[in-house]
Design a protein around this ligand. Sequence first.
Ligand code: AMP
Ligand code: ZN
Length: 499
Amino acid sequence: MTLRLYNTMSRTKEEFTPREAGNVSMYVCGPTVYNHIHIGNARTFLSFDVIRRYLEHSGYDVAFVQNITDVDDKIIKAANEAGVPAADIAARYADAFLKAMADLGVRRPTAQPRATETIPEMIAMVERLIGRGHAYVVDSDVYFSVRSFPGYGKLSGHDIDELEVGARVAADERKEDPLDFALWKAAKPGEPHWPSPWGEGRPGWHIECSVMSEKELGLPFDIHGGGSDLVFPHHENELAQSEAATGESFARYWLHGGMLNINAEKMSKSLGNFTLLKDVLTSYPAPVLRLLMLQTHYRSPLDFSTERLDEATVALGRVATLVRNLRWARSEPPADSGAPDSQREALASAIDDARAKFTAEMDDDFNTAGALAAVFELARTANSFLASSQQTLSAADHAILAGAETTVIELLSVLGVTLQEQTTTGDYPREVIAVAAELAGYDGDDTSLAVDALLAARAAARSERNWAAADIVRDELARIGFAIEDTPTGARVVYRQEG
Ligand code: AMP
Ligand code: ZN
């Protein structure tokens, strides 16, 4: 199977072939840092994080560039309201953005340029556009002449004459045409400014993406991404600027994510119906939010609600429990007899099916919803294997259960969804060895054997009705982060990393 993706430019799913075999160049518009990001913004950034992860999983080297807009009208407004310099607002919220992305498990781009660090290159592009007759100066502002670029409207599917009718309503007489947009804006008193051939000023928003993408990736780069609300005018304008300035094609595939809605309305700062990402992450772990978002295809609208977060919590908890049970089932040495061959074969083919379906779904325009369904299907089959009544498990059973566990963990991790509990014995804290030495006479150096020794000591104490000794073992384990679960076949521990 080859990867197919929906290209906004052609309005069809196309087979993906990068410009250079084995390498993908990708640019995703970043945030304007004037406030904390909301979960709508986070959805778009998460979608492209997963797209990047899947491309890497598929064997590509991915150059992933995302800008940070750190000079803009909204930043200046927020700075004026707070009575601090615009640069302070930008620095504060750029830091907050980076932290929130890390907390959500979004990987850092390979390059993350800031607008204020790219001013000379932006001035150079504006000069090129003026030189080629695509831009003009009015006082100390520079505008892009939309009519000078014949392809204007090709990305968003807008007809330039129809756009003109709408634009005339809010016409600014200084522009030659109401559709023209600012490349460079003269600074008003108190605004951040840089010297330019047209006087002190600052860049328009669209120009920064044109400049940074070309600087980091060269033209045409493979994938340009953002939320669907950026198609027009932002991406249409980026495209017009870049192609007009260079005579080259700008981006090969345009990918746009659907909006996150709340009560069927787009979540946005201006409507005031937003929930900040950082606030959601104080109540719900990142993998839960990721799971919720990835259960919807990235191009479809997503209706957000706390009920859906709670459902995702339950769904992820079930998978975590399954993984624990798969490990627990293998904690005893294998017996001579186990499950019937037919049952093992069924689980083996469920593993193969899950892997194949996961890849097919992701290759189909990154259908994370279908990919997750494949993982959950495997989880169900593995659960019913465990629930069926075999009394003992053979070495072959152990192998197939280990295969199921690895597959579930691995496929989820391609989507950046990690399970809540650290269940790998290798991650047990070494402190448990000293506790086992003291309470259970354990003299080895293996954390999971130390846990076993403690559980055995607790069982012995309980059989002697020495509840105090049993409780000490439980409390000491709890202090390190282990919870004891008593099951019909004995006690086991669950380790919680944060414990
Ligand atoms: P902004 O800082 O407003 O430019 O937005 C940053 C990113 O978030 C852009 O890619 C937007 O398309 C995206 N975005 C804004 N609102 C939403 C929303 N409600 N759902 C999904 N993405 C959004
Ligand atoms: Zn952009």
